[in-house]
Design a protein around this ligand. Structure first.
Ligand code: CU
Length: 143
């Protein structure tokens, strides 16, 4: 075996080791992102809402607010009411809510199962969405 050949074998070995280390680093980085990502902590999560989930409200005008755990980009956030028949009505967002909240005024006209549907862009650039179910019932039937 010449020195040149020996060197070639060594180079291959080194390259293989480097590939292995890179793969390991990539795997570690993925694990860190999965478990320790600051992004995950900054995703918008509902902290409280009006109406609350599963609340019973009377028909008529309805003020809605959802407070999140993080600041939002209101221009890229949406709020809508879904009626029992599936009809969806967007709610114009009130510009005066705190930076972590969206809200506005809607109207619930018919009795039954309604949903407050939301989609928000958190300031970390990630969109989350969800819905808050509630029931509309005339006051007499509430008792
Ligand atoms: Cu995020």
């Amino acid at each position: 075996m010449s020195l040149t050949q020996h060197g070639t074998v060594q180079d291959r070995g080194t390259r293989g080791l480097l590939r292995g280390r890179r793969a390991l680093l990539a795997a570690c980085a993925s694990l860190l992102l999965a478990f320790v990502s600051p992004h995950a902590a900054a995703h918008a999560i509902v902290e409280k809402s009006t109406p609350q989930a599963n609340a019973i409200v009377a028909p008529g005008p309805l003020a809605v607010t959802i407070v999140f755990n993080t600041r939002l980009d209101r221009a890229r956030s949406r709020l809508a009411l879904e009626a029992p028949d599936g009809a969806v009505t967007p709610i114009a967002l009130d510009a005066n809510t705190p930076a972590t909240a969206i809200g506005g005024r809607g109207e619930v006209t018919s009795e039954g199962q309604w949903k407050l549907r939301w989609q928000v862009l958190a300031t970390d650039g990630h969109i989350t969405r969800g819905e808050i179910p509630f029931v509309v019932r005339f006051a007499k039937e509430n008792r």
